[in-house]
Design a protein around this ligand. Structure first.
Ligand SMILES: Nc1ncnc2c1ncn2[C@@H]1O[C@H](COP(=O)(O)OP(=O)(O)O)[C@@H](O)[C@H]1O
Ligand SMILES: O=C(CO)[C@@H](O)[C@H](O)COP(=O)(O)O
Length: 599
């Protein structure tokens, strides 16, 4: 079959004229073969794309191209907006991204965010997200992808961030004028222009209040899956209410970043899904309803401002007519509930039991698929986005890629290549040197500052550049292993680490991950697993509507995991000893940070 496709591609890739009847004849034969022969499934899209390179054939082929359907996934992450299109064979046929700092400089963000003077308050401009959507849809339309053939779309967003819609906006969302871009239509629709996001840590007072109101931190964790965390949306909403009750009362609806993005496509307020809703300190994760006790402790009339919660693969409705008229979407295109980026990543990675996913994006996260949740004072339990009776456990590390970028700039002239060379030229275990790099107040563990220890656990103020690079990467992964094991995770002989996120493109960083965990590391074809996961959710959502089909079943034709690295011989022994010492040094760092915060 490979040879035959190659011949056809070669022939059709040559421009032909209307007089070349032979070409048209061959195109007909090819089309029949592509459509009828099941063996053509894997190459169908590639060959049809090549066929359109000939102007004569392209005209002839238009109706045939229409036999292919697509699913879209959008990811509103911290630093960028991404989109992925997959075909019916679940293969990626289009991928694009837009960097907020680079492509929307008028919003003046750094890494997609504004850090306020108190260093604790962190926000992102809501209109930046809207304008980014205008831009990426314009680019999608001019990419040639037939948007009329998109059967369903879904999406994902950085977790915990909140969007405040002004009273009267629902009506405007329902009557969007297709002649204008969304950002000019929605300019005056938000009661808060700078949305609090997951990097905010300014709500300690609200957190203590919420825990006290429900009977303590563990009780809150038992109800919502987590003790009170500063970035969790309930505490952010409580802060908005306490600081400006007027703005709060002018707010008609509060969305998460994910449900806000779904609302833009739906042309109406979209409900929050169970999985992203678990990151609010407001949802009862077992009963899957809002906890009245938590709502009451945060702000008045909150239930009506939040709307309902729905399973993560719910079909919410059809795309707004705005997208039909402006971009040529079909009226039949369905919107499947949007969710948080970590839950979507779980779907995109096709996580299995015993696997552990490590996402190396703006934040670093580590997550597992679990069935029997035991909420603790560290880490989070979210409803599972794929199987609604199951759960996922998650640890979040705030100082991820931005911290790595800072050390890259300071120690390897801003080059990932040089950074990698240094990493490979230094020895596992770093001669006993250990480092903690928390530029921003860390979440896991709660600590701040840069702390360096030599092999005798004595504090050091500086390391040579090569030692600094290895100390950063080893420290980040030792923290992940120690905190995962504290949650009860055990590394077994069959353990696979599935790595994703921007830094998972770096093989040398993955080598350290593999050595520290003493387990093989796998990747998938794209580092954007959250975006891919939401495209899968779009496809999966439609199958759920027609028949109850397990997620794995609907994904059986998608691409598998590739082995990226295996642990180096002897790594087990080196890190066995170092992990113990890292945990002791971490305790000292946490104690130091606590006394610094108290003084
Ligand atoms: N070769 C590389 N080595 C290490 N980190 C990288 C490399 N390429 C990209 N990155 C990191 O990936 C990060 C973006 O990851 P991504 O998962 O796309 O983030 P998000 O989804 O949070 O926007 C960048 O901040 C950058 O530091
Ligand atoms: O706060 C969390 C998870 O609890 C973060 O993981 C955010 O969801 C941000 O995601 P990225 O933009 O880093 O992917």
């Amino acid at each position: 079959m490979g040879g035959r496709v190659w011949e056809i591609c070669l022939f059709l890739n040559k421009p032909c004229t209307p007089s070349e009847q032979q070409c048209v004849g061959l195109v007909r034969v090819t089309i029949s073969w592509l459509l009828i022969d099941p063996r053509a499934r894997g190459v169908r899209h590639t060959v049809l794309q090549l066929l359109t390179t000939c102007s004569v054939c392209a005209t002839f082929l238009c109706p045939t191209m229409d036999s292919e359907s697509y699913y879209l996934g959008f990811d509103f992450s911290t630093q960028q907006l991404k989109v992925i299109a997959i075909n019916e064979d679940l293969q990626v046929v289009h991928e694009d991204n837009l960097q907020f700092d680079r492509d929307l400089p008028e919003f003046g963000t750094q890494g997609g965010i504004h850090t306020h003077r108190d260093k604790l308050t962190v926000t992102s401009p809501v209109l930046m997200w809207v304008k980014a959507l205008d831009m990426i849809l314009d680019r999608l339309k001019s990419s040639g992808l037939n948007l009329g053939r998109v059967r369903a779309l879904s999406g994902t967003g950085q977790q915990h961030g909140s969007v405040y819609w002004k009273k009267g906006t629902r009506d405007q969302l329902q009557h969007l004028n297709a002649a204008l871009p969304l950002h000019s239509l929605l300019e005056a629709c938000f009661s808060i222009m700078d949305s609090p996001i997951w990097m905010d840590s300014s709500t300690s007072t609200e957190c203590r209040h919420l825990e006290e109101a429900v009977g303590g931190a563990q009780e809150l964790a038992n109800i919502t899956g987590s003790r009170a965390y500063e970035r969790f949306t309930g505490n952010q909403i409580a802060k908005v209410f306490h600081q400006n009750a007027e703005v709060y009362s002018q707010t008609e609806r509060i969305s998460l970043v994910s449900s806000f993005a779904a609302s833009l496509f739906l042309g109406d307020y979209a409900p929050i899904d169970y999985s992203d809703g678990s990151g609010m300190n407001l949802l009862n994760i077992r009963e899957k309803i809002w906890s009245e006790m938590c709502l009451d402790a945060c702000a008045p009339n909150l239930k009506e401002k939040l709307g309902s919660v729905v399973p993560s693969s719910s079909v919410l409705g059809s795309v707004s007519s705005y997208y039909v008229h402006r971009y040529g979407f079909s009226r039949e295109c369905k919107i499947v509930a949007f969710t948080g980026d970590n839950p979507a990543s779980l779907a995109g990675m096709r996580l299995q039991r015993d696997d552990i996913a490590v996402s190396l994006g703006t934040s670093d996260t580590l997550f597992l698929w679990i069935q029997d949740p035991t909420p603790a004072l560290e880490g989070h339990i979210f409803c599972n986005p794929v199987q609604h009776q199951d759960y996922m456990a998650l640890l979040c590390f705030k100082n991820g890629s931005l911290m790595r970028e800072k050390i890259r700039d300071d120690c390897s002239s801003g080059s990932w290549e040089v950074f990698s060379q240094v990493l490979t030229s230094t020895h596992p275990g770093n001669n006993g040197n250990i480092g903690f790099y928390f530029d921003a107040m860390e979440i896991t563990p709660q600590a701040i500052g840069v702390h360096r220890f030599n092999s005798d656990s004595q504090k050091f103020s500086e390391f040579p550049k090569d030692v600094e690079i290895r100390a950063l990467i080893e420290g980040q992964f030792m923290a992940k292993r120690i905190h995962a094991e504290r949650l009860g995770y055990k590394i077994m002989p069959q353990t696979r680490i599935l790595a994703t996120g921007g830094a998972s493109r770096n093989q040398d960083i993955l080598q350290v991950l593999s050595d520290v965990f003493n387990a093989p590391v796998y990747t998938i074809a794209t580092a954007n697993s959250a975006c891919l996961g939401s495209a899968y959710q779009a496809a999966h959502g439609l199958t759920v509507e027609t028949s109850v089909s397990p997620f794995a079943e609907s994904l059986k034709s998608s691409e598998g995991h590739q082995l990226a690295v295996t642990p180096r011989p002897g790594a087990d022994k080196i890190y066995g000893a170092l992990l113990k010492r890292y945990a002791e040094c971490e305790n000292a760092v946490v104690r130091g940070s606590q006394s610094r915060c108290r003084n």
